[in-house]
Unconditional design. Sequence first.
Length: 254
Amino acid sequence: MGPPSGTESPSHFREITIQSLTFSFFPCNHEIVSKIKVGLMDQTRIYLILAPFALLLSLVCLVFTLVNLRKNRFLSLLAFLACIFSIILCTILEILAPTPDMVLLFSHFSYTFIAILPVSWFLFCIEYTNGPHTRLLRWYSVLLLSIIPALTACLAWTTESHALIWQSSHIALGGYRLRNVVLAYGPWFWVHIAYSYLLYLFGTGQILKRFFDMRPGEQRPSLLVIFAVGFPIACNLLYILRLIPGLERDFASL
């Protein structure tokens, strides 16, 4: 997926930089500024209301999968659910973080799991459609698929020194919450996005292929799997491409 769920796009509100806590205001109508702040607070509040339910649901699915895990079967599904649980948890902690350093810490943790998520989804789709003995599930294939996510995670943790993930960002105060505001993305961010969506789409395509090969009475599980990933992908694209004016929080993890 795109930027960490708690990472926000630039807006006209009071800024607090990492280096200093100097306040500044963009030249803008005060009524518009007030509306933007209220909108950001409402989106954050909505996320904090929904997130515990999503966290509990992902935990239940994770435990259910773990209890019913067959020998060497669907470890990729376990990894996928663990990443979702971790992303939601890190996003909650990022929103509630009281200091800029803690905001960045949880943001980086969240991005690490976001980088891993597409690989786990792709591997699950391959195992779901082709069985556990396909060549793409062998250790060397998994290792090759994990190179770009590993580099993405490393670059996210060290982005302040090279700006390959985020070229310009700072910690800002929106309402009563600190948030990591990204002003410009770096070149590797688009490599990560392209690779992630390639895995999402290819994996979903495998599910779709199996869906159309099934008899009508057997199609429901595949349909649920397609919807489960299709809706979050659509939400994430709307957020990354700024297709909905005023959308300042990524709800894809929910």
